[in-house]
Design a protein around this ligand. Structure first.
Ligand code: DX5
Ligand code: ZN
Length: 220
């Protein structure tokens, strides 16, 4: 059964010079904080790592939904947990069989997520959905905020939702990229229940109002 919509703003779109302030402003209005870690190898961009996550952990109790766009995240899961990460999402394109990396995440005490890029078919993750707390359907090509939502991923969200429901799983279905007032509804209708929103929240003139607008647009 689909859960209520949860909003997970991505700090990638925040002002890194005022990260604590930007997070504090929305903290009481959001569900998770989405933390985009990029290594310049899996994606053509470099964002932030453990020191930033640890500093942020000192100022908030929010759940850190860590999206690891890196080639060897398995080597850093313990450090990520120590820094304050709660959920570690790795890409199926990096780990075609993610069972081992999932076990490492569990061993260090983190929840585990599997992400798939827009061109990657549902079948790539199908055998592993049961070992994940969250499936992250990318609605943009990872690496940068502010891109347009790719409508062609909607049927894939539907398939994930159908699988999760028919197997009686509690897996969260997150959509990441291009989420705003005009796209969140179609992602919700397709079956997503966690919505990553970077630009549409942190670049809005009033980020708190933006979060509420997203909830309304999602139909909640
Ligand atoms: C893209 C990241 C996304 C991104 C979302 O590589 O994984 O989380 O920050 O940003 P918007 O909402 O601006 O598309
Ligand atoms: Zn992300």
């Amino acid at each position: 059964m689909i859960k209520p919509a949860r909003i997970a703003p991505s700090i990638l779109a925040a002002d890194f010079a005022f990260l604590a302030d930007d997070v504090a402003r929305v903290a009481d209005h959001i569900d998770f904080l989405h933390v985009d870690v990029m290594d310049g190898h899996f994606v053509p961009n470099i964002s932030l790592g453990m020191p930033v996550i640890a500093s942020l952990r000192a100022v908030t109790d929010l759940k850190f939904d860590c999206h690891l766009m890196t080639l060897n995240p398995d080597a850093y899961l313990e450090d990520l947990k120590t820094a304050g990460g709660d959920l570690a999402t790795v890409h199926i394109e990096v780990f075609p069989d993610p069972r081992e990396v999932a076990a490492i995440a569990r061993d260090v005490g983190m929840e585990f997520g599997i992400a798939l890029n827009p061109p990657t078919p549902f079948e790539a993750i199908e055998p592993f959905i049961e070992i994940a707390d969250m499936v992250v359907v990318m609605a943009v090509h990872p690496g940068f905020g502010g891109q347009g939502f790719i409508d062609a991923v909607l049927p894939k969200i539907e398939r994930v939702r159908k699988f999760v429901d028919s197997a009686g799983l509690a897996t969260d279905v997150e959509v990441d990229g291009g989420i705003g007032g005009s796209t969140i509804r179609s992602a919700r209708d397709a079956g997503a229940d966690v919505f990553v929103a970077g630009t549409s929240v942190f670049r809005a003139p009033d980020p708190v109002a933006a979060v509420h607008e997203l909830r309304t647009a999602a139909g909640q």
